[in-house]
Design a protein around this ligand. Structure first.
Ligand SMILES: C[S@@+](CC[C@H](N)C(=O)[O-])C[C@H]1O[C@@H](n2cnc3c(N)ncnc32)[C@H](O)[C@@H]1O
Length: 386
């Protein structure tokens, strides 16, 4: 078996969840780093990782690491690599460079030198050269440069894996699909339990939950992956991985969502249709405060507005009413709330069980857990009667 080293990149705070997903897939030497997890595997494992993982953004395949302390050394090291193993002159390429050293001026110039190294090698040998396509290249090359070494890898995913292929309607500020899947996996939800997603917006959380419940891999609806455009792509192997019975669908599951905005419900409906979940997720146009689910236990995940477009007072009231509704109508549930406004979270008036940090794009968010055990209602009533 031809084992290689890979790096799966992810969002801050999801490293351990991703490591768990990789271990469950059977990857070797799984190790969590900052916003990435390294693992070993063969080509089948790389295909499987791209197809199945819910919390990875990209799967990078390590090709080489060589000593380099200047732009010229990078150029020479790149030119010496056997690029003809991975591409030919009919292919298009793009280069992304991450600089972890102050030795270099800017990443764009380094990317240019790396491209020159590859192109010059082909031109010397064949008289022809691969061309550059920034938007939709056949082969994406990743460069990491620190003070002493240049690491070269190929991006096997192509478009970022958060682009699942089911979303057609964004509606305001949709969550990144990788973040949504990570938020669900962090709760330890299992499809035997009810899953509630009030304030669902365009439906990212309830769709990711639906895909888990139906046993659909994270990449099930994607039109393709970067590795399918590589020279060494093995279509029969990928087909056999798509047919593997790795995930079991849950016959019955209860996923419920609501939003008070008609446009959000419409967007969620279209996205649910894109994921084959229309009619399988109970979606209602209603305010959370007047939502009747008829359920007594399960998981609730809420991603309320954070206040970019709201007055601070309005936001305080909104969070206060979320807290009240949880206490009055959802005792017996476990609730998780993601908010980019930690001050607003204080208005919930609930005791926080766990506090995690995540990023929603550039916004540093708190992801808080509240156990709404039976006693919660008693505590609230007692406080009111005191
Ligand atoms: C930050 S967005 C949710 C985005 C969503 N997670 C997604 O991925 O698209 C917040 C949503 O809360 C909804 N909302 C705000 N107050 C609400 C309330 N009291 N009841 C129901 N929905 C509400 C808004 O209409 C908006 O769609």
């Amino acid at each position: 078996m031809n084992m290689k080293q890979y790096l799966a990149t992810t969002l801050f705070g999801l490293e351990n969840v991703l490591a768990g997903e990789l271990e469950a897939l059977g990857a070797g030497s799984v190790r969590a780093h900052n916003r990435a997890v390294s693992f070993d595997g063969d080509a089948a494992m790389m295909y499987r990782a791209n197809y199945h993982l819910r919390t990875a953004l990209r799967i990078l395949k390590s090709l080489n690491s060589f000593p380099a302390r200047s732009e010229d050394e990078v150029y020479r090291g790149i030119r010496a690599m056997e690029w003809e193993r991975y591409l030919d002159t009919r292919n298009t390429i793009s280069v992304d460079t991450v600089l972890l050293s102050k030795r270099y001026r800017h990443s764009g110039f380094l990317s240019q030198r790396v491209k020159d190294g590859i192109v010059d090698r082909f031109r010397d040998r064949t008289g022809r050269r691969p061309s550059v396509d920034i938007k939709n290249p056949d082969v994406r090359i990743h460069i990491h440069l620190n003070d002493t070494h240049c690491s070269v890898s190929l991006d096997s995913s192509g478009e970022s894996l958060h682009k699942r292929g089911y979303r057609t309607q964004p509606y305001l500020a949709p969550l990144n699909e990788v973040l949504a899947a990570g938020m669900i996996l962090l709760t330890g939800w299992s499809p035997e339990e009810a899953f509630l997603n009030p304030m669902c917006g365009s439906g990212t959380l309830c769709i990711e939950a639906g895909m888990i419940a139906r046993g659909l891999p994270g990449g099930y609806f994607r039109s393709g992956f970067g590795f399918q455009r590589w020279r060494e792509y093995d279509p029969a192997l990928f087909e056999s991985i798509r047919r593997e019975k790795y995930l079991e669908p849950h016959g019955e599951f209860r996923i419920l969502a609501c939003d008070h905005a008609g446009a959000a419900v419409q967007a969620a409906q279209q996205n649910l249709a894109g994921a084959g979940l229309l009619g399988k997720v109970a979606l209602q146009k209603t305010a959370f405060e007047s939502w009747e689910t008829g359920l007594r236990e399960g998981i609730i995940i809420i991603n309320p507005p954070y206040g970019e477009r709201m007055e601070a007072t309005g936001l305080g009231e909104l969070y206060h009413s979320i807290g009240d509704t949880l206490k009055k109508k959802f005792t017996g549930f476990r609730a998780w709330i993601l908010s980019g406004n930690p001050e607003a979270l204080k208005n919930l008036g609930l005791r926080t069980g766990k506090k995690l940090s995540l990023y929603n794009g550039p916004i540093h968010c708190k992801y808080h857990y509240y156990d709404l055990y039976e006693g919660t209602r008693k505590i609230v009533n007692k406080t009111k009667n005191d």
